[in-house]
Design a binder for this molecule. Structure first.
Ligand code: AMP
Length: 382
């Protein structure tokens, strides 16, 4: 460590209002103890890897195994020991910070793949560069990306813990998928309804041996219902194989019947049936959603894009793929959720949700040919 680094290195501690505080808060007090064992201070541009104790909620709930602390350059003139506008030095330190971060990550992956008991896919770290110091450089913390996009989960991300959030319900498929795919307790609501519909009689309006039908609790359109598969272990589309083809067809048929019922009451509605490629809630569920997207619950880009990009997989396409290939291709990942906002009819782009909503209220353009030519849209004339 150089003399300069000795002066500017920072104490590793919880606090601040940003990512650092959020990670410490999510990980609980064990992270502070574990961090102190590894290092008490850190120099700009350097990284320190802290193994997360299994007692940390971030480990048990989310499967995070390590936290990598990284310190960026201090460009903030309000703070002591700042770089006094020296951008060359700032860039050099930032480069070192990212290099240290990725080198730490690579060495962790290497260690884990050596360990036969742990598959490298289980590795999930919370990496961040302390941007309180940098101000002029942004970071993309993994922990933010983990925030799901639905109302229940986004509340959790903001720190509003839902009742019963303090424990993870252990389940077969979480074990099968490894810690990375353990579902938080807020994501279990649909699973609980599918397994015990008799306890949720007020919420459901059709229950059979195969499916449960209910209103989406945070509807993103005038009519938005969910058809839940009841089969245990079928958490999401990625779990679906050829053997589930009959169930997929049953879910589709049930969804179509409900869409047709709703059309009898309001023939202006147009429905689309499909799955989110990366669902936020556990237990395979089909969305049956009217294409007006007229709802106060549709609040942000992620909500819109989850139904209006390739993130939304039409039920008819899923059935066709599974019958041909034995599985659905999950083309869309989380990046689709942050794409620009485009009208679902004329495809015009809009800068924000209020402007998009005011446009779609009046847009009468035809739907894209892909939707019109297939059987993706269910409307009164069908
Ligand atoms: P997905 O992103 O495909 O997992 O969608 C989950 C859906 O479940 C979202 O549309 C949520 O609004 C909805 N949802 C969340 N919690 C509940 C609940 N307790 N009952 C009914 N729907 C819910």
């Amino acid at each position: 460590m150089t003399d300069l680094e000795k002066v500017v290195c920072r104490r590793l501690k919880p606090g601040g209002g940003g990512v650092n505080a959020a990670i410490y808060s999510a990980a609980g007090p064990t992270l502070e103890v574990a961090t102190k064992k590894r290092a008490r201070t850190l120099s700009p541009g350097k990284a320190v890897v802290v193994p997360l104790p299994s007692s940390s909620p971030l480990y048990s709930r989310e499967g995070v195994t390590h936290v990598v602390h990284v310190l960026g350059p201090n460009m903030n003139p309000q703070r002591p020991n700042h770089l006094n506008g020296d951008y060359d030095e700032g860039c050099r330190i930032l480069q070192n910070a990212y290099s240290s971060l990725f080198e730490s990550f690579i060495s962790l992956v290497g260690e884990q793949s050596k360990n036969k008991n742990l598959h490298s896919e289980k590795l999930k770290t919370c990496n961040y560069i302390d941007t309180k110091q940098t101000n002029h450089f942004s970071s993309d913390p993994v922990i933010k990306r983990e925030c799901a996009y639905e109302d229940g989960s986004s509340k959790k991300c903001k720190g509003t813990i839902e009742p019963g959030d303090s424990k993870v319900i252990p389940h077969k498929s979480a074990k099968k998928m490894g810690a990375e795919k353990a579902w938080g307790s807020w994501a279990q609501a649909l699973y609980n309804i599918a397994v015990h519909p008799e306890k949720h009689k007020n919420d459901t309006f059709e229950v059979t041996d195969d499916v449960v039908v209910l209103n989406d609790a945070y509807p993103k359109a005038k009519k938005h219902i969910l058809v839940l598969a009841r089969l245990e272990g079928l958490d999401r589309l990625a779990d679906v194989s050829q053997e589930h083809l009959h169930l997929l067809r049953t879910m589709h048929g049930v969804g179509i019947n409900w869409a047709k019922k709703f059309l009898q009451d309001d023939e202006s509605l147009i429905f689309r049936l499909g799955y989110h490629s990366v669902p936020s809630m556990r237990q395979l569920h089909l969305h049956v959603i009217s294409q007006d997207f007229d709802s106060p619950h549709l609040k942000n880009k992620k909500h819109w894009n989850s139904f209006n990009t390739a993130f939304f997989l039409d039920s008819v396409d899923v059935i066709e793929e599974v019958s041909k290939n034995g599985k659905a291709s999950l083309g869309g990942d989380d990046r689709l959720l942050s794409m620009e906002l485009r009208c679902n009819r004329c495809r015009s782009a809009h800068p924000n949700i209020p402007r998009l909503k005011s446009h779609i209220r009046n847009c009468q353009a035809a739907f894209p040919a892909k939707l019109l030519e297939g059987d993706q849209l269910i409307q009164a004339t069908n």
